[in-house]
Design a protein around this ligand. Structure first.
Ligand code: IMP
Length: 429
């Protein structure tokens, strides 16, 4: 398999975990490059449902090696509990999971700052974060004040962590929040460090050596383009780069080694948290999408906002990510809807826009220009061959291709592995 970057092409929650799980079969390494435990991939294998926040879902396939790259912010406590939970279902991570020594750690005060700031903010200033400490951890990274994963394997861990916690308390107090008990937090961190030290590795070297041997890498994006700190609906974004470019800086693998980019699109749109969402439906159709699609956050359990498919966003995503092929998920959720709508452009102050404006306040004022397509009556869950898909679904997919200029290669019609069909052969995979 070539080296593939798989990215979310909307606001996250596109069902990437499931597509990754299917592609993993053909990859040697599965690599995360950004985000942290704000992500939540739900993978269903047989009767079992797994929700992973940090660990690449590739860990569920035997013999695959998984990397948490330098671009990720790593919560040591969460990492330990995932390793333990996986062990309990018979999945052993040691020797197969590698944590970049250069990844920054999410420390307890990052989470306290994140939650405290969200609680304090007025509704209009709130981002609606997952409260996993992501923003404060990346802020410390950029401010050159972070603690990195190499510390977990160092004899100086207690010293370094104590200093980081002390500085964290200063930040909490400046923010008017209660400081944490340094010794209690340090003890918990030291315990996590003892368990994680064996996993810390020089992952950029491991990955580049793998490339040199001709092994294949699957880069697993978390979140989605519209949550990208540069290209998303700033400031209602996460603090990393979920776009395809992030795969290189977030792992130390040169862009020259990335062969293909697969974008994952949900057949409609969802967003969790605050911020503009032009095609949002606040009516019975939106409610139906939420109920039928089980649209509740994998990490926070929050109900997701739901709306029609937005081709403006998809087109923008195709451009920024350089998407070669789409995987379109959750098509079954649209079963039985008489009419479907696709936003093809936005109208703002009498002008037509074919891409989202940079200012989130302008995006919030955009009116989508819709096109209507007929829905399909039948349930598609049992379809196993692309040629048996309903005619109107094929027309819907073709329209997505036309509006974005990118072919659809994979369609997903339900939660199980058996519901994922290769619609068109993905050439070089
Ligand atoms: P943070 O990443 O926790 O700082 O949250 C920032 C924004 O990104 C909020 O709107 C979150 O709801 C959103 N977000 C973060 N991670 C995910 C995800 O995995 N799926 C969907 N939304 C996410």
């Amino acid at each position: 398999m070539p080296n593939i970057v798989l990215v979310g092409a909307q606001w996250g929650d596109e069902g990437k975990g499931k597509i990754i799980d299917v592609l993993t079969e053909r990859a040697d390494w599965v690599v995360r490059f950004q985000g942290g435990s704000n992500a939540g991939h739900t993978v269903i294998v047989g009767e079992r449902k797994y929700v992973l926040h940090l660990t690449p879902s590739g860990i569920l396939r035997p013999n695959k090696r998984c990397v948490i790259g330098n671009g990720v912010v790593l919560d040591p406590m969460e990492m330990v509990s995932e390793i333990e939970a996986l062990r309990q279902v018979g999945v052993e991570c040691e020797g197969r999971l590698f944590l970049s020594s250069r990844a920054h750690l999410v420390l307890p005060h990052h989470k306290a700052l994140d939650a405290g700031r969200e609680e304090r903010s007025s509704m209009s200033g709130r981002i609606g974060t997952t409260r996993r400490g992501i923003g404060p951890a990346y802020a410390d990274k950029a401010a050159r004040a972070g603690l990195r994963a190499h510390a977990l394997a160092s004899r100086r861990f207690s010293e370094d962590a104590r200093e980081a916690l002390r500085r964290g308390n200063e930040a909490l107090m400046v923010a008017g929040l209660a400081p944490l008990d340094v010794e209690t937090e340090l003890a918990r961190l030291a315990e996590a460090a003892a368990q994680l030290s064996a996993y810390v590795a020089d992952t950029e070297r491991l990955l580049n050596e793998a490339v040199a041997r001709g092994e294949s890498l699957l880069f697993e994006g978390a979140q989605g383009i519209m949550l990208d700190v540069d290209f998303g609906t700033y400031p209602y974004v996460t603090s990393s780069n979920p776009s395809a470019g992030g795969a290189s800086v977030g792992t130390g693998v040169s862009p020259r080694h990335v062969d293909r980019v697969i974008g994952v699109l949900k057949a409609y749109t969802t967003r969790v948290g605050e911020g503009p969402f032009p095609t949002e439906l606040r009516d019975a159709v939106g409610e139906r999408l939420r109920t039928v699609g089980g649209e509740y956050g994998a990490t926070t359990g929050r109900p997701r906002r739901c709306g029609w498919f937005d081709a403006v966003i998809a087109r923008y995503s195709a451009m920024i990510n350089g998407v070669d092929e789409w995987a379109v998920t959750k098509l079954d959720v649209l079963d039985g809807l008489e009419t479907l709508r696709i936003a093809t452009a936005y109208r703002l102050d009498g002008r037509l826009l074919d891409a989202p404006p940079a200012d989130a306040r302008d995006l919030a004022r955009c009116e989508p220009v819709y096109e209507e397509l007929p829905g399909w009556r039948e349930s598609v869950r049992s379809v196993r061959r692309p040629q048996d898909l309903p005619r109107h679904m094929l027309a819907y997919l073709s329209r997505i291709e036309e509006l974005t200029g990118v072919p659809v290669a994979i369609v997903s019609l339900g939660p199980g592995r058996e519901h994922t069909l290769e619609w068109k052969a993905i050439e070089k995979i």
